[in-house]
Design a protein around this ligand. Structure first.
Ligand code: G3P
Ligand code: CA
Length: 286
């Protein structure tokens, strides 16, 4: 079986991440599935965005969690990318996508599609998002046994082992993907803002999360291991062992032919990419 390819935040190398255009492009690129990060709006809607704040990917600023869906809908989520969106993909000026919007888009694909939902937390401690997500999916008609919602197969991902443990109460373990990444102090400094937590305490929290995440994978409590490609390069024997022990491995973010071939050689079954067509071509040509 060739590796399953997920479009990371949609085909986000081509169009702005988490936009209708990026997801439509992912379907056109022949991706088997798409990945989506979710946050809660102030009024409890599940919205598709990576960052905790609006600043990088919208023309707004401040925290996503401080805005209602109606307020978020007034923002432009695609202009920052500078990629002209053709009319067939909705033209420029994309609005915030909700998870409900994305499910409707994928349901209209005319073929089965996989959806990998990544739960993002403003801090490693909040757990409200899991409840909201499961309640929403149940309402939409999601079947917890098959994890299907119509023609969409839903898996769940998080760096936070507590998320996995909580989701395990509702979702089948083979649809749970524990994300893992080596903890790089400089990246922590550059990329994360965790309120009043001191940097040392934050690194401790992340190191514990990494250890617990690896334990969930080794104990086979989740069915999918989700390392970053750098983690795989650092720990190829560990990843090979996971595969030999029956674990599915879904690697992010695989954007080069070299990485795709390296991972395929290890036996990795799933890859997430900003450029799914490029990765498909690399794998098909070999
Ligand atoms: O697919 C997992 C990957 O998306 C995790 O990292 O920062 O892109 O959400 P990030
Ligand atoms: Ca993600």
């Amino acid at each position: 079986m060739p590796p399953v390819i997920f479009a990371h935040r949609g085909s986000s190398g081509t169009y702005a991440e988490h936009t209708r255009a990026a997801y439509l492009q992912a379907l056109a690129d022949g991706a088997d599935g798409v990945e989506c990060d979710v946050h809660l709006s102030r009024d409890g809607h599940l919205v598709c965005i990576h960052d905790t704040t609006l600043d990088r990917t919208t023309n707004g600023s401040g925290d996503v969690a401080d805005r209602t869906l109606a307020e978020l809908r007034t923002l432009d989520v695609s202009a920052w990318k500078g990629a002209a969106v053709p009319p067939a993909f909705g033209g420029t000026g994309d609005q915030f996508l909700t998870l409900a919007d994305l499910l409707a888009l994928l349901g209209g694909a005319g073929r089965p599609v996989r959806l990998a939902i990544e739960l993002k937390h403003p801090s490693p401690f909040g757990l409200r998002l899991e409840d909201a997500l499961i309640a929403f999916l149940m309402d939409e008609g999601w079947d917890p046994e098959s994890s299907m919602l119509g023609t969409v197969e839903i898996s769940f991902m998080s760096f936070n082992p507590d998320s996995m443990r909580q989701l395990a109460e509702s979702a089948p373990s083979h649809m749970l993907c524990q994300l893992v990444a080596d903890v790089e102090p400089q990246e922590v400094r550059d990329a994360l803002r965790f309120g009043s937590l001191a940097e040392g305490a934050l690194i401790g929290v992340l190191q514990r999360a990494l250890k617990e995440g690896e334990e969930l994978i080794d104990g086979q409590e989740v069915g999918i291991a989700g390392p970053g490609v750098e983690y795989v390069r650092d720990h190829p024997e560990r990843v090979r062992r996971w595969i030999q022990e029956g674990m599915r491995v879904r690697v992010w973010t695989v954007n080069t032919e070299e990485d795709a071939l390296f991972l395929a050689g290890l036996g990795v079954q799933e890859m997430t990419s900003d450029y799914p067509a490029r990765i498909r071509l690399a794998l098909d040509g070999n």
